[in-house]
Design a protein around this ligand. Structure first.
Ligand code: BEZ
Length: 255
């Protein structure tokens, strides 16, 4: 076990706020769900299931799907849909050779010790089982990250120490998958500009807490205002519509 932290501190998951500001996340997960191609009777693990909206779609195939997430609030929301959902740390999955597939959408970039997660996924799969995932890849939300780092730096605060995400290149992630014993079927980076229904303020309110953790309310607000000001030139159009600079890393690999 190495000493890489598992998750950056400060992220608070509130299922209702997530549903309001980020309901596009599961909606845009349909391509990776198609890549998974779940079959009736299969046992599938949804890693980082959030409020279960995509887990529910997978379960409609007739597969037996278990959702796991580190957030108790999200797991409660998933259970309220009638799903089998559990609070579990993905770095230490309590499963041994029991799933036909492990699926994950928009979650793996929150898990900072990616080698521990990949080893855990490998252990959870049956021999020949598949790992199908999509998450933030290299260059994901780069403008947003730079604006937050600049707004923090202007106040003498190091944003690098607070950086909560892991956005690997194809080469980095492929090396880790292969080192763990996976055979890669496909892996690619896909730019996906993503309209933000509640603007940059809504996105930052949902996801940027780790950058602001422990700061006075007044300082937090000033940092967010500065970041939004910096970003308005590149990510907002003349009507005030915001688009985030998402880049997906999408993969399919076999154990
Ligand atoms: C993403 O899905 O790429 C993402 C979501 C929230 C924060 C950072 C990245």
């Amino acid at each position: 076990m190495n000493d890489v932290p598992h998750n950056a501190p400060g992220q608070q998951w509130q299922a209702s706020r997530y549903a309001h500001n980020a309901d596009f996340v599961p909606a845009l997960g349909s391509t990776v769900a198609t890549l998974l191609d779940p079959k009736s009777g299969e046992r599938i693990l949804d890693l980082g299931c959030g409020d279960g909206s995509l887990t529910e779609v997978l379960a409609k195939s007739g597969a037996k799907v278990i959702g796991v997430d580190a957030s108790p609030d999200m797991v409660e929301a998933a259970k309220a849909r009638g799903l089998d959902a559990r609070v579990v740390d993905a770095h230490h999955l309590p499963f041994d050779h029991e799933f036909d597939a492990v699926f994950s959408n928009a979650a793996l970039h929150w898990m900072l010790n990616h080698e521990a997660v990949i080893a855990s996924v490998h252990r959870a799969l049956k021999p020949g089982g598949r790992f199908v995932a999509e998450f933030g890849g290299h260059g994901n939300v780069a403008a947003i990250c730079t604006a937050l780092l600049a707004a923090l730096q202007a106040r003498g605060i190091s944003g690098k120490a607070r950086f909560p995400w892991f956005f690997p290149t194809v080469e980095e992630y492929s090396t880790s998958l292969q080192a763990a014993g996976f055979t890669i079927d496909s892996i690619e980076l896909i730019p996906r500009p993503t309209p933000l229904p509640t603007g940059m303020a809504g996105w930052l309110a949902t996801f940027a807490n780790p950058f602001l953790h422990g700061l006075e309310e007044e300082v937090r607000e000033a940092i967010l205002d500065d970041a939004i000001g910096l970003l308005s030139h590149s990510l907002s159009d003349s009507h005030g519509n915001w688009t985030a600079d998402y880049v997906r890393l999408r993969l399919k690999a076999y154990r």
